[in-house]
Write a protein of this length. Structure first.
Length: 217
C-alpha cells in the first residue's frame, strides 16, 4: 500500500511541485502529526486515500480549455490526501520493528517506496504513449479530403488538408487532443487502483507500542 501511495506521488511529481499541492501536504502532515498518537492510524489512511481518489476523479475531467479552478482543487486535495497517508503508513511500517534493526527497516522501507514509484511511472508512461497513439489514429482517420466536415468552412485556418503548414498545424492539434485523452485515461487508472486497494485497510493492524518503563522510586 505504501508503494501505491509512492507511485501516485511519483506519477504526479510535476503536480506535487505546485504551491496548492505543497500547501495541502504541509497542512495535512502538521495536523496528522499532532493527533497521530491519540487516534487510530487507519482513519487517516482512509481519508487520505479518499481525498486522493477525489482529486484523481477531478483530474479525469481535465480538458485543454478549462480554467484554473479544477487544477487548484485537485492539487490541494491530492496534497492533503497524500499528507494524511504517508505519515501513518510510515509509522505502521516501522513501529513493529525491534530497535536494533530499525535502521535496516528504514532503508528497506525507502527502497520499497522508490521501487513502487518506479514501477508506477513505467506502467503509466507506457499507457500514456500507447493511448496517445491509439487516440491519435482514431482521430486522424476522419481527416481525409473526401470528408465534407474536414473542408471549409468547418475546417478554418490555420488548419488545412491541402498545404504542408495546414497539415502540420492539424496534426499538432490532433496530437494535443490525443495526449489529453491519454492523460485522462492515466488518471482514471490510478483512481481505480486506489479504490481497489481500499479493502486492504481491513488487514492493517494498529502500531505496536511498547509500554513505558516504570520510574524508579
Amino acid at each position: 500500500m505504501h508503494s501505491l501511495a509512492s507511485s501516485t506521488t511519483s506519477c504526479s511529481r510535476q503536480r506535487s511541485l505546485t504551491p496548492d499541492n505543497l500547501l495541502g501536504s504541509m497542512l495535512a502532515m502538521f495536523l496528522v502529526a499532532r493527533v497521530i498518537n491519540r487516534i487510530d492510524n487507519r482513519p487517516f489512511i482512509l481519508v487520505g486515500f479518499l481525498l486522493t481518489a477525489a482529486s484523481l476523479w477531478q483530474m479525469t475531467g481535465y480538458s485543454l480549455y478549462m480554467g484554473p479552478g479544477p487544477i487548484l482543487f485537485a492539487g490541494f486535495a491530492q496534497g492533503f490526501g497524500l499528507g494524511c497517508t504517508f505519515v501513518p503508513l510510515s509509522l505502521l511500517a516501522l513501529s513493529g520493528l525491534p530497535h536494533h534493526i530499525l535502521s535496516q527497516g528504514t532503508a528497506l522501507h525507502a527502497l520499497m517506496r522508490m521501487l513502487g514509484g518506479s514501477i508506477g511511472i513505467a506502467i503509466l508512461e507506457t499507457q500514456l504513449s500507447q493511448n496517445t497513439q491509439i487516440v491519435h489514429s482514431r482521430l486522424i482517420e476522419h481527416l481525409r479530403p473526401n470528408n465534407p466536415l474536414a473542408q471549409a468552412p468547418y475546417l478554418t485556418a490555420p488548419f488545412s488538408l491541402t498545404g504542408p503548414s495546414g497539415i502540420a498545424a492539424l496534426n499538432h492539434e490532433v496530437t494535443r487532443q490525443a495526449a489529453m485523452v491519454a492523460y485522462n485515461d492515466d488518471f482514471a487508472l490510478m483512481l481505480w487502483v486506489i479504490l481497489a486497494c481500499l479493502p486492504l485497510l481491513l488487514l492493517i493492524r494498529g502500531p505496536r507500542r511498547e509500554p513505558m518503563p516504570a520510574a524508579d522510586d
